[in-house]
Design a protein around this ligand. Structure first.
Ligand code: ADP
Ligand code: MG
Length: 411
């Protein structure tokens, strides 16, 4: 057809075996094991994690694998199948801003795990002994599908497992997974220097196969929401625009600051505290149209997550389509974080028959999602490909998004 590029996730056993083989080639030794963690896509609840909101992400079948062997001399050696440069260093030299580059997402994890008070892994020898690790990722890097959290979380489960923490039952181990997520957030914020919320790590560590999670961003609690789209005849199509989100950093900070100022003006701790039924009265208290638009997004988006979760709990998957559309319009016009490419995916998907579509992730590039009839996946993707070609844009990449399991040991 039109050069449609579907990025299928490789089968876990063969991807794990590949990572082990790459470890042998890189280090000339056997790894102690192979662990993996998934990327994620957010179904709904965008740009509200930093204002006490709700989000509803699911884990992708696309995972990052780490083959790892512990050491005893405090040295860390990291290699990646996706990056030419590796890093060799000492754990003693890891800290805020150090090391720089992608190794921060690896070396920052034991540093942060050691600081989680009272967790069963905090004092483990493996956190100070160091390790050799080979990373092999199948989550596209920098596409808003959280390859960064997948990398951190794969390292975290590897180290926790080697420390003797039992993570085999995803339900029984949820509490300790929540502590690991805290450590991974800290590694990303403090060591890698990326000011992200906790959604990505919660999804990568705490999702179960066949479900999304309703994440309460006030306290980090999670409710598993069954998501059997296939049974409803539906599929979730992820579209990676492959457009860079280069100015997202400053814009992200401005949006956060705008909501913080609005909270102060309204005398509320976060946007979750604003009753959607009283939105007009709250808006009337705000100083300008831009702040009003930002607040309208946050308050209505949190409400849409509640509605989507309620519909999914009743098996009414089809009916979330309108909420996805409304979320996109809100992000596009009120929060102003969409882009030409994201709008093109959403508009084209809808006119090609998608039930609903929206940008997902931070915006300004990255990825979008479309809820489509299973039989229409290829035709909707084809229309999007044609629209991108007609605008002279780089061809997007498509990913199937079956809700998948959280981080675990593979070999
Ligand atoms: P996203 O999380 O949406 O993919 P980020 O910018 O948060 O985008 O994270 C991408 C960064 O994570 C990469 O630039 C790289 O530093 C690191 N990373 C992720 N996966 C890998 C990998 N397989 N090998 C090396 N580095 C990786
Ligand atoms: Mg990331």
């Amino acid at each position: 057809g039109h050069g449609l590029e579907f990025l299928e996730a490789p089968a876990r056993p063969s991807a794990a075996a590949d990572a082990a083989q790459r470890f042998r080639e890189a280090f000339g030794a056997e790894p102690a094991g192979v662990w993996s963690a998934p990327g994620r896509v957010n179904l709904i609840g965008e740009h509200v994690d930093y204002t006490g909101g709700l989000a509803l992400p699911l884990a992708l079948p696309h995972r990052t694998f780490v083959a790892l062997a512990p050491r005893t001399d405090g040295t860390v050696r990291v290699r990646s199948a996706q990056e030419a440069s590796g890093w060799d260093g000492s754990l003693a030299d890891v800290g805020p801003g150090r090391p720089d580059g992608w190794a921060a997402y690896v070396a920052g994890v034991p540093w942060a795990m050691a600081q989680v008070d009272g967790a069963p892994f905090s004092g483990a020898d493996v956190l100070s002994g160091g390790f050799d690790v080979l990373v092999d990722g199948h989550v596209p890097l920098g596409s808003g599908l959280s390859s960064s959290a997948a990398l951190e979380c794969a390292v975290a489960v590897a180290l926790a497992d080697l420390a003797g923490v039992d993570l085999r039952d995803p339900r029984a181990s949820d509490a300790v997974r929540a502590r690991l997520a805290e450590a991974c957030v800290r590694a990303e914020n403090d060591v890698a220097g990326a000011p992200t919320g906790g959604m990505d790590q919660a999804a990568s560590l705490r999702c179960h196969e066949g479900a999304g999670i309703l994440l309460d961003c006030r306290d980090g609690t999670v409710r598993h929401v069954p998501l059997d789209l296939a049974a409803a005849g539906l599929a979730l199509l992820v579209v990676d625009t492959r457009a860079s989100h280069s100015h997202s950093g400053g814009e992200y900070g401005q949006r956060r600051a705008s909501l913080e100022a609005a909270c102060a003006a309204l005398g509320v701790p976060d946007m979750r505290a604003v009753d959607p039924a009283g939105l007009d009265a709250a808006l009337a208290e705000l100083p300008d149209d831009v702040t009003r638009a930002r607040v309208r997004h946050a308050v209505t988006e949190i409400d849409r997550v509640r509605r989507a979760a309620a519909l999914l709990a009743e098996g009414r998957e089809r009916e979330i389509a309108g909420l996805l559309d409304a979320s996109h319009e809100s992000l596009r016009h009120d929060y102003e974080v969409s882009s030409v490419e994201l709008d093109l995916v959403v508009d084209t998907a809808r006119s090609a028959g998608a039930l609903g579509a929206r940008m997902t992730g931070g915006g300004f590039g990255g990825s979008a999602i479309a809820l489509v009839e299973i039989d229409a996946v290829r035709s909707v993707a084809a229309e999007i490909g044609i629209a991108f070609a007609a605008q002279g844009l780089r061809a997007p990449q498509f990913l199937p998004a079956l809700p998948s399991a959280g981080a675990a040991r593979d070999l």
